[in-house]
Design a protein around this ligand. Structure first.
Ligand SMILES: [Cu+2]
Length: 177
């Protein structure tokens, strides 16, 4: 009986390990973002040397130009993002579910004083440092860039999750062909 149980234990463990590796392979490049499930579909932090295309994104209160973009699956794109508005804005690539989850984090940042309507207080960010590779958060007048490698084909979004902005239309489509 003892021997039987041990064998079952070993089999279960290898089954679990097998499932784990399959998941890791499907989830892409193992970057540091922590929003979980959507990432395999969304893609991963890109390497600037792979970027053959640079797209400029203008942020105002509360809109993006352009409103939608089309990329190829697996394509690495360099985004240059400029905040020309009077409020803090974010450019964040993800699924609608990921944006919804991130909106809760941004609300917590605002409530803690780390995020104001028109400024970011990095000293108060603490454990909530806003440094996910799929997003950039900019104060009025600031510019920045992110490099992103898109995942499988489908439709995802770029969005601003500063409280109230997504709801007021600060969201655009990414068509991944
Ligand atoms: Cu915004």
């Amino acid at each position: 009986m003892q021997k039987f149980l041990t064998t079952v234990g070993v089999l279960s463990l290898s089954a679990l390990l097998g499932a784990g590796s399959a998941f890791a392979a499907g989830a892409g490049h193992g970057h540091g973002a922590h929003h979980g499930d959507g990432m395999g579909q969304v893609g991963a932090k890109g390497d600037p040397v792979d970027a053959r295309r640079t797209l400029s994104i203008a942020m105002t209160d509360n809109a993006y130009a352009p409103k939608s973009i089309t990329v190829q699956k697996g394509e690495t794109v360099r985004f240059i993002v400029k905040n020309s508005g009077e409020f803090v804005h974010e450019f964040n690539i993800g699924t609608a579910e990921m944006h919804k989850a991130h909106q809760g984090e941004m609300l917590a940042m605002m409530e803690s004083g780390a995020l104001g309507p028109s400024r970011i207080d990095h000293s108060k960010m603490g454990a909530m440092q806003h440094d996910d590779p799929n997003s950039i958060l900019l104060e009025p007048g600031q510019s920045g860039e992110i490099v992103w490698t898109f995942g499988i084909s489908g439709e995802i979004e770029f969005a601003c999750n500063v409280p109230g902005h997504y709801e007021s239309g600060m969201v655009g489509k990414v068509k991944v062909r």
